[in-house]
Design a protein around this ligand. Structure first.
Ligand SMILES: Cc1ncc(C[n+]2csc(CCOP(=O)(O)OP(=O)(O)O)c2C)c(N)n1
Ligand SMILES: [Mg+2]
Length: 391
């Protein structure tokens, strides 16, 4: 008697069937994010009950976080002003995202690697990179103003999500060579729709690369709101599909951001593979200085987020714990002011850029066309200099 595959399948006893098929109903404990974003402080800075899964970071770390957030915000305001003065070609502000920008940096060691996007200038300055070097790209002077290998920070990526693949490769390489380096890749909500995000996360999961994918869900991809971007209940679920433990956090709660990222980094460093964290936050300014957000955002929505300001929230909490007083707040504000003044002054100096450097590093061996074009530019520059000399 012949049997159909369906009939054979029916003939397998239930217990054996369960053992032989990877059961779809197996619980994915340890992978799923909490249904509500992790939160340790109320928006007004009142502490919530402590949690075993996310212990509160030491108060000194939180004080340092506050300091870097205040300086970071001042840097951000200054950079925006520099675009209006024609000193900077473009600036994507991260105002409102200070807890994410600084928390990510504080959760890492100096020898860990950061893979930033164009939005992360504040994170890079919080990491201690010279602000003029950070702004070199956005001034249009050069691809990157700092040496990535020295500061363990990749160039800021404008092509969306490409850094997710770079981070997976670097982290895999580091662990392959026996080092316990962690890579943290920043990514926006909109960029989680890009193929590179999915390929990076999948590669990291399969090869257990120590990467933390840190999604800053600031609710918009330029003018596209989150509701037009995804139908997922949370972007954190995008990690679960690849077998990556994932969490969501209130991105405007600095204490929770640092606590969750600290755990994510420890997980990756322990050799357990990647981790994905989605931070719910909000971009207070326009996408860049070239964008008018009032054309697609309701001012009331922006006002609601003003009440969840991460800097004020941490300040209120630290004052409550007697870890910050008026004198300390004033001293940090003064430091931020001096930081901005020094940046302003240095950015007023005209950069010395060699136009011919445009042709360097395109290929190891320049193509004949590039050689010809380089010669053309060189001749034009020489002619312009001669004209100036004769005038
Ligand atoms: C591959 C690619 N496609 C499109 C763009 C144009 N672009 C620049 S920023 C942006 C929106 C990204 O939004 P999101 O990922 O949420 O990051 P955010 O700017 O909000 O930080 C788009 C579509 C790009 N830079 N790269
Ligand atoms: Mg966004």
């Amino acid at each position: 008697m012949t049997t159909t595959p369906q009939a054979e399948r029916r003939a397998i006893p239930r217990a054996r069937r369960a053992a032989s098929t990877p059961a779809a109903s197996e619980p994915s404990a340890g992978l799923l994010p909490h249904t509500d974003p992790v939160r340790l402080l109320e928006p007004d800075g009142t502490p919530l009950p402590p949690r075993d899964d996310y212990p509160e970071p030491p108060v000194e770390a939180l004080r340092e976080m506050y300091r870097r957030m205040v300086v970071g915000r001042r840097f951000d305001v200054q950079a925006t002003a520099l675009t209006k003065q024609g000193r900077l070609a473009v600036y994507p502000s991260s105002r409102g995202q200070e807890a994410c920008q600084v928390g990510a940096v504080l959760a890492l060691r100096d020898d860990d690697w950061v893979f930033p996007t164009y939005r992360e200038s504040m994170a890079l300055t919080a990491r201690g990179i010279d602000p003029v070097e950070v702004l070199t790209l956005l001034r249009g002077d050069w691809h990157c103003g700092y040496d990535p290998t020295v500061v363990h920070t990749a160039p800021q990526c404008t092509p969306l999500a490409t850094q997710c693949v770079h981070a997976a490769g670097l982290a895999y390489g580091e662990s392959y060579q026996g080092r316990d380096t962690v890579a943290l890749a920043f990514i926006g909500d909109g960029a989680t729709s890009e193929g590179d995000f999915h390929e990076g996360v999948n590669f990291a999961a399969v090869f257990k690369a120590p990467v933390v994918y840190f999604v800053q869900n600031n609710k918009y991809a330029i003018s596209v709101p989150l509701s037009r971007q995804t139908a997922a209940p949370s972007l954190a679920y995008k990690g679960v599909g690849y077998g990556v433990p994932s969490e969501q956090v209130d991105g405007n709660d600095p204490v929770a951001v640092l606590a969750v990222l600290t755990r994510a980094v420890a997980h990756a460093r322990a050799g357990k593979g990647p981790y994905l964290v989605e931070a719910h936050t909000y971009r207070m300014e326009a996408h860049t200085n070239a964008d008018d957000a009032s054309r697609y955002r309701d001012p009331e929505e922006v006002e609601q987020w003003r009440d969840r300001d991460p800097v004020a929230r941490l300040e209120a909490y630290l004052r409550r714990r007697d870890a910050l007083d008026d004198a300390a707040v004033a001293a940090i504000a003064e430091e931020a002011e001096a930081y901005a003044a020094a940046l302003r002054e240095r950015m007023n100096a005209q950069p010395q850029v060699d136009p011919l450097s445009l042709f360097d590093h395109v290929y190891a061996e320049p193509t004949p066309q590039l050689v010809e074009q380089r010669e053309q530019v060189r001749a034009e520059l020489a002619a312009a200099r001669d004209d100036e000399g004769n005038a």
